[in-house]
Design a protein around this ligand. Structure first.
Ligand code: IDP
Ligand code: MG
Length: 139
């Protein structure tokens, strides 16, 4: 059953480049409402836990180092069809392949430093949201 929620992070390349406000504007303009949001930073162990599903991938070390290298903004977002619509709003993993006008096309640096995270399923949206937020923190 669709939960109509997804989870996002604005990644260290984008917070460091000063794109946080612009990316949040894109998200709100696309019809998502913010249920919870925080500015924080992952430790290397936090990043390893968050991305445990990718532990066997060759880029796991680079990814976890990068994701713990600077501040991120974590948020739970709500909209009809949230998971699928948000993946469409952010574009392909590699910004070189991302459709024009998507967040990654406009703000990402590289396939690794790609500006934003978006959950890939309702199940993972719930797991990832719970990594950062308690039920008490949701608006
Ligand atoms: P997604 O973020 O579009 O869902 P995933 O395949 O789930 O992409 O990969 C998670 C994250 O790992 C990506 O957003 C990106 O930061 C990083 N990543 C994915 N593929 C590569 C790669 O081939 N080289 C380096 N980093 C990668
Ligand atoms: Mg993914």
């Amino acid at each position: 059953m669709a939960t109509n929620r997804t989870f996002t992070m604005i990644k260290p390349d984008a917070t460091g480049a000063g794109y946080t406000g612009k990316i949040i504007d894109r998200i709100i303009d696309a019809g998502f409402s913010i249920k919870a949001m925080k500015w924080t930073q992952l430790s290397i162990d936090d990043a390893r836990a968050f991305y445990a599903v990718h532990a066997e991938r060759p880029f796991f070390g680079d990814l976890t180092e990068y994701m713990s290298s600077g501040p991120i903004v974590a948020a739970i977002l709500e909209k009809d069809n949230a998971v699928v619509d948000f993946r469409e709003l952010i574009g392909a993993t590699n910004p070189a392949d991302a459709a024009p006008g998507t967040i990654r096309a406009d703000f990402a640096e590289s396939i690794s430093a790609n500006a934003v995270h978006g959950s890939d399923s309702d199940e993972n949206a719930a797991i990832e949201g719970a990594f950062y937020f308690s039920a008490r923190e949701l608006a």
